[in-house]
Design a protein around this ligand. Sequence first.
Ligand SMILES: Cc1cc2nc3c(=O)[nH]c(=O)nc-3n(C[C@H](O)[C@H](O)[C@H](O)COP(=O)(O)OP(=O)(O)OC[C@H]3O[C@@H](n4cnc5c(N)ncnc54)[C@H](O)[C@@H]3O)c2cc1C
Length: 442
Amino acid sequence: MQLTCHFLPQNDGRCGWYETLPPPPASAPLQGEVKADWVVLGAGLAGLAAARRLAELQPNAAIALVDARRVGFGAAGRNSGFMIDLPHDLNSHDYTGDRSRDFEQIRLNRGAIDYMREIVQRHGIDCDWREQGKLHGAVEAHGLRALEAFAKGLSALGEPYSELDAQQMKAITGSDFYHAGLHTPGCVQVQPASLVRGLGATLPENVRLYEDSPVREINVGQPHTLVTDQGRLEAPRLVLANNAYAAQFGQLGLKGRILPVYTYGSLSRQLSPKELAALGGEESWGLIPANPMGTTVRRMGDGRIAIRNSFTYNPHVSTSASRLARVRGAHRCSFERRFPMLPDVELEYTWGGALCVSRNGGTPFGELVPGVFSAVCQNGLGLTRGTISGKLIAEYALGVESELLDIMLKQPKPAANPPEPLLGLGVRSTLAWKEWQAGKEL
Ligand SMILES: Cc1cc2nc3c(=O)[nH]c(=O)nc-3n(C[C@H](O)[C@H](O)[C@H](O)COP(=O)(O)OP(=O)(O)OC[C@H]3O[C@@H](n4cnc5c(N)ncnc54)[C@H](O)[C@@H]3O)c2cc1C
């Protein structure tokens, strides 16, 4: 079976998290003929975790980890940095859903946070790791209703939270935009690009990382062969950790079940001491909108403000300069609504990144065909779900049993989507409708 990678990761937009780091050392692209025991495609959250776990469990095996670009350049380094422990169903109006499934999501998410915390501490990875929980903020009546429903859902799950009124929200954020809020304590916030770069730099010795090596073709067989511009990689076992780019692999049953969706981030310049005084509030906080279609905001310890909103359907897993310009305008409005006291603070960086979602929140986790394992489709929650999918796919492939693996294997498979053009029409109109409904929460 031959898989062709028609859609490859682009060099689209300047991601503020990545660009504000020092340049990385030179990369080592794949060259010539290389043989390995395992190959992991994609050095994002899932791929880094899968390669690390395979190496931990099989210290004598040769593990190749291949990425089209530098570690931290893809969505793993472009996200808003919330390692979310609680249910986070983007399809629902308040993030929660079926009770027993929510319990399972919490177990998986906390398993990921524990694994990541241990790695970050052991290797001293400098990624602004903050165990400060997250805020949820509401502005309009429907946002307040979503917040109430979320609080009810948390009570039913026995999860702690504190309710905040408008004044308390202002004391934390400096903004009087939010009418009510809620704080949940278990979320960890990170600088995502420095986290994943740190993960890439501290891989076990038996992992060889090949960056700047777009895989153009995969021949699935015994062994599998991955072809790049300058090399070929052979391995009997392949782990797919290539996020939404896996949606083009129709022969593996992924096309038509998983969907590439984009969301977008911006990062402001650093605020001056005078601007920080005008803003007020706490030195570092992160806020998720009560309505999942609203705006995520973070104030970073270095005095920058990060904004995230807008979802688009991108079947070619790419975006355009004109789309980024439109999104930048939307981010500007969101910024001004929240921070009228900061009229001259420009957004220095704006970028987009891919999410891989399925209609029912299901996952194609498992062995797709003999020797090809899938750790793709994190349904918008890559920092935790990507990490745990990667760790558990390694354990699954090596026959290591655990309660978390049982939970992962119980997750539903992705539901089939209608064919194009119905799919595109449906997804675009649903996103537009939900975004319109989000109103001022944007
Ligand atoms: C703006 C934004 C904000 C977000 N905020 C959050 C958040 O706060 N919390 C959260 O949990 N999630 C968030 N996400 C989602 C999260 O970033 C993704 O879910 C996560 O990165 C997916 O992890 P992954 O390992 O599956 O894929 P990725 O991190 O995308 O890794 C896949 C890798 O595969 C590589 N690849 C693909 N095709 C090829 C090929 N042919 N050859 C070689 N390499 C290839 C890519 O270069 C990429 O590095 C956000 C996303 C965005 C864009």
